[in-house]
Design a protein around this ligand. Structure first.
Ligand code: F6P
Length: 509
């Protein structure tokens, strides 16, 4: 049987060769139907792939690749709770947090547990709303921070205004120092979010917050390790569950989103989940040709493996989505940053590109120069919102015109007499357009990326749900901690030893 790499290479290489000199502008002008044929609409979300550097035959080949890789079955397996996370022998049932689209026992049980946990969370939200707490501090890192932080920020127009919600993440003590300085212990509650309840950063910051609060009375926890949360001092009735069948970076739909529910209310939280559920049903049921996450994933594979593009930019033209690139860095790069298959053999082709980005139009005045005239072609996802939630119509028109202008300029380029003033163009992009940025559409957008990531992992034949690559640094940091604290312990690495000597010599006493 062909490996994923062989399948991708044999399917795409002929088209990559054929299109080696193709220009996006020429592909567009050769096909009057392209703007419509290369677009999909799912509810309030429109996606245009018309400015990707591929044609109808290449798209057909990509679809064949999706069929050959068994994407349809793969989605069914995901929703049914199959052990898709093979290295940890786990299902990845984040879809069960918001959808009931499977009849398997494991998926139904997961959905029932998620529903029960949400009901408990709603009670805690109501109790906090009835208290005199004004400020909430979410203590967590990675998936226990980035998702809630993104959603709370993106949905600020939908905030109930009942609480100010803050995020404490970095083990760097200045994060806690500056945040807590502006808060009042008597009016603050903290949520310690940690699936494992063993993450160094969260436990240290949690201890700082507990000391600052003067006890655990207003500390809540969300964890799959309830005994550890209780041992930390959190009362059982204030511990909400997580499960090993939800990956941290896929967990904002669970009680990990407690801070979201406090910010936008349970109705807003439920609408977020409903939007994701809409995308779930679409991912599971839509034919591959009309399947938005699948088309998004196939485009990513094309850019990475057929065109050999090694980075990917995410460019939201909406200030409320400014944190989306950071969120997607974890979702995409922690999921797809793999170079061996679950059998331990090299994948045999390039996998995840470096994902980066920033909001427009700010980024236009920063790194867009390199996007337009740099030596590397950077494919991009542009994300826009048709209807703003503010009354500043002129600002919004300027924002949208810049969004449209950039995708056009990157694709078409411009030839000037002076090469320094020429733009090579032919830089591919996808445009995602939301009718409005609201809980439902945001849920659908995030779920789109989750499902695209999963489809890419299936196409590459890698496990999207483990992250062994983060462990080595954690272990070495644990070994070095006593040395940094001044203990006389053996440090084997000569460079690290020299650096420790330098730190010790410079440490103020
Ligand atoms: O270090 C990586 C990681 O394990 C992420 O995958 C996870 O989201 C984050 O740490 C936080 O983990 P936890 O929720 O267990 O504190």
């Amino acid at each position: 049987m062909a490996t994923a790499a062989q399948r991708i290479d044999s399917t795409l290489a002929p088209h990559a060769r054929r299109l080696a000199q193709a220009r996006i502008e020429a592909l567009v002008s050769a096909d009057a139907g392209r703007p419509h044929d290369y677009a999909l609409r799912i509810g309030g979300l429109y996606a245009s792939f018309a400015r990707q550097r591929l044609d109808g035959d290449a798209r057909a080949a990509l679809l064949a690749l999706g069929e050959a890789a068994g994407l349809r079955d793969a989605f069914r397996r995901l929703f049914d709770g199959a052990t898709v996370n093979t290295s940890e022998h786990r299902a990845a049932l984040h879809v069960a947090l918001r959808s009931a689209l499977s009849e398997t026992v494991i998926a139904r049980d997961a959905h029932a547990e998620a529903t029960a946990a949400r009901a408990r969370m709603a009670d805690l939200v109501a109790a906090l709303e009835a208290s005199d707490v004004t400020d909430i501090v979410n203590v967590g890192i990675g998936g226990s921070d980035l998702g809630p932080r993104l959603v709370v920020d993106a949905l600020k127009d939908f905030g109930t205004g009942r609480f100010r919600v803050h995020f404490l993440t970095n083990v760097d003590g200045s994060d806690a120092q500056h945040l807590l300085a502006g808060l009042e212990p008597a009016r603050t509650a903290a949520i310690l979010v940690s699936k494992t309840f063993s993450t160094q950063e969260t436990l240290l910051n949690g201890a700082v917050v507990r000391d600052w609060l003067g006890g655990s009375e207003r500390i809540y926890a969300v964890s799959a390790n309830v005994p550890r949360a209780e041992a930390f001092g959190v009362a059982p009735e204030r511990v909400l569950p997580m499960w090993d069948w939800v990956g941290g970076r896929y967990s904002l739909w669970s009680a990990v989103g407690f801070s979201i529910a406090l910010a936008v209310g349970m109705d807003g939280f439920d609408a977020l989940l409903a939007g994701a559920a809409e995308m779930d049903a679409h991912a599971l049921d839509a034919p591959l040709a009309q399947n938005l996450p699948v088309q998004h994933a196939l485009t990513a594979i094309w850019n990475r493996n057929a065109l050999g593009l090694s980075t990917h930019a995410v460019l939201p033209y909406d200030e409320r989505l400014a944190l989306l690139p950071a969120y997607l860095q974890q979702l995409v790069m922690e999921s797809l940053g793999k170079s061996v298959t679950p059998d331990g053999v090299p994948v045999g082709l390039d996998t995840v590109p470096v994902l980066w980005g920033g909001p427009g139009t700010n980024s236009q005045h920063s790194f867009f120069q390199a996007l337009h005239q740099g030596t590397q072609t950077v494919p991009a996802d542009f994300i826009g919102v048709v209807n703003p939630a503010h009354p500043h119509a002129d600002n919004h028109a300027a924002l949208l015109s810049n969004l449209l202008a950039q995708t056009e300029a990157l694709a078409n380029g411009y030839q000037a007499e002076d090469p320094q003033k020429s733009y090579p163009g032919n830089r591919p992009s996808t445009l995602l357009l939301l009718d409005r940025l609201e809980p439902r559409s945001l849920g659908a957008l995030i779920a789109l990326y989750e499902h695209s990531v999963y489809a890419q992992s299936v196409l590459w034949g890698i496990n999207a749900f483990d992250q062994w690559g983060v462990e080595l640094g954690k272990r070495i940091a644990g070994e070095l901690l006593p040395a940094v604290q001044g203990e006389d312990v053996a440090v084997a690495d000569p460079v690290t030893r020299a650096l420790l000597d330098e730190i010790r010599a410079r440490t103020a006493r």
